[in-house]
Design a protein around this ligand. Structure first.
Ligand SMILES: *Cc1c(COP(=O)(O)O)cnc(C)c1O
Length: 449
């Protein structure tokens, strides 16, 4: 059989709430045309993020009931520790309430003012946590990644020659660690090849620089390696993931992505001294080292999710279903970032709406129009989010894991194609109110005439 189906059936359902066009228009006015400010009950299909929005399995809900809420030394912790050790091979693992807490602890221990931390592309919380220590976060993506239309297999890779030049120019002693984000979220959910991880590891090892993986979407990355990189076609996703982790000296992880959990994360390291300092900080803000800001039931849900996510049937469905949305709009004339990534489709709003200049926020205008037309929530990743530093004007449609069926996605495709058919009539926006930082969460807009 060639038809790829959702590899699950539905036991518990959550009703969706339809709104009328008049109700949506009122929601938009009340929210100042910022979709973050619209109550979730007024959204029909929510593609704001794939973070913490996964559907948990029967196995995970059973694990929740088994959760041991002992303050110290809970069974749940030891179950997660065993799963994480088997998967990653790292000597130390501390749980955190989400990925950014792991980042804050890691960089507080490793970074000082004047330090530099290179990555293929830092995620926004990663960059913010590095810069908060006074260190500098440097992105070194491969040059081909800048072309949104180039259809390459591993556009998430790091530019290894640029890493060598950075080390030569700045000195290895100023680089306390290097990172690789897999998959490369800010770079469009594009994968990183095993060859690239190996090459980066070799350079780092030669200079005594530890390599950390930002491993939020490690399983999606492993699947892309299996499908696209010669030599891995008959490897299990787990074996590929184990090899990826074996090349790192530690990792940060948000369990809200590839562990199907609604909250949680962890930080791993092979360095005993670093791990001791991390544990000391963990106690200060997160909690005792065997729960680290989470309930026992969360630890158990994460442990089960980490095993489920490596199921080949799930990963095949996941990557194929994201590509389904991408191909169905791109092949009918909607410009997307090519090729489709693992967790999201990005529409190139500047290309789609050339009559709206960046200062009038084409990505935001498109997000507003898609909500107005069909009740779909997406998010702008462009000049609203990054101001003058924005390199592209994108609209991200993130796909929650195991949540929407193909008919939901067909509805999204139809809505996007209808909006595309009358795109010339979409107008830009201006900001009428904004906070001093992270303005995309709370800014208010006004449509231009
Ligand atoms: C989500 C994410 C983070 C941060 O994790 P949170 O759980 O949201 O704090 C870090 N890096 C990447 C690549 C992410 O996608």
């Amino acid at each position: 059989m060639r038809t790829i189906i959702e590899p699950f059936r539905i036991k518990s359902v959550e009703p969706l709430h339809h709104t009328t066009p008049e109700e949506r228009e009122r929601c938009l006015v009340d929210a100042g045309y910022n979709l973050f400010l619209i109550p979730a009950r007024d959204i029909l299909i929510d593609l704001l993020t794939d973070s913490g929005t996964s559907a948990m399995s029967t196995g995970q809900w059973a694990a929740v009931m088994r959760g041991d809420e002992s303050y110290a030394g809970s069974d749940s912790f030891f179950r997660l520790k065993a799963v994480a050790a088997d998967l990653t091979g790292f000597r130390h693992m501390i749980p955190t309430h989400q990925g950014r807490a792991a980042e804050r602890i890691l960089f507080t221990v490793m970074c000082k003012p004047g330090h530099i931390v290179p990555s293929n592309t830092h995620f926004d919380t990663t960059r913010a946590n590095i810069e908060f220590t006074g260190a500098r976060a440097v992105d070194l993506p491969v040059p081909e990644a800048a072309d949104t239309q180039a259809r390459l297999d591993f556009k998430g890779n790091m530019d290894v020659a640029a890493l060598e030049s950075l080390i030569a120019a700045e000195g290895a002693e100023r680089i306390p660690l290097a990172m690789l984000t897999i998959t490369n979220n800010s770079g469009g959910g594009q994968p990183v090849s095993m060859a690239n991880i190996e090459a980066v590891k070799n350079v780092c090892a030669r200079h005594g620089i530890p390599l950390y993986l930002d491993a939020c979407r490690f399983a999606e990355n492993a699947w892309f390696i299996r499908e696209r990189e010669p030599g891995y076609g008959d490897w299990s996703p787990k074996r590929i993931a184990q090899k990826m982790f074996s090349l790192g000296d530690g990792c940060t992880f948000s369990a809200k992505k590839d562990a199907f959990a609604n909250i949680g994360g962890f930080l791993c390291s092979n360095d005993d001294r670093v791990a001791q300092q991390e544990t000391n900080l963990l106690i200060l803000t997160e909690g005792f080292p065997t729960y680290g800001g989470l309930a026992g039931r969360d630890l158990d849900a994460i442990a089960t999710g980490l095993e489920e996510v490596l199921d080949p049937d799930y990963l095949r469905y996941r990557i194929v279903s994201t590509g389904y949305l991408g191909r169905h709009i791109a092949d009918r004339g909607v410009p997307i970032v090519e090729p489709p990534g693992g967790h999201a489709i990005y529409i190139d709003a500047a290309r789609m709406l050339p009559h709206i200049p960046p200062c009038q926020f084409p990505g935001q205008a498109l997000a507003v129009e898609l909500y107005r037309h069909a009740g779909i929530r997406s998010v702008e990743i462009g000049s609203v989010m990054f101001g003058a530093a924005a390199q592209h004007e994108l609209l991200r449609l993130a796909i929650p894991r195991r949540v929407y069926t193909q008919s939901h996605i067909d509805y999204v495709v139809e809505a996007i194609l209808e909006v595309n058919a009358r795109k010339d009539r979409i107008r830009g926006l201006e900001i009428v109110e904004e906070p001093p930082f992270l303005r995309h969460f709370s800014a208010r807009f006004r449509p231009l005439a």
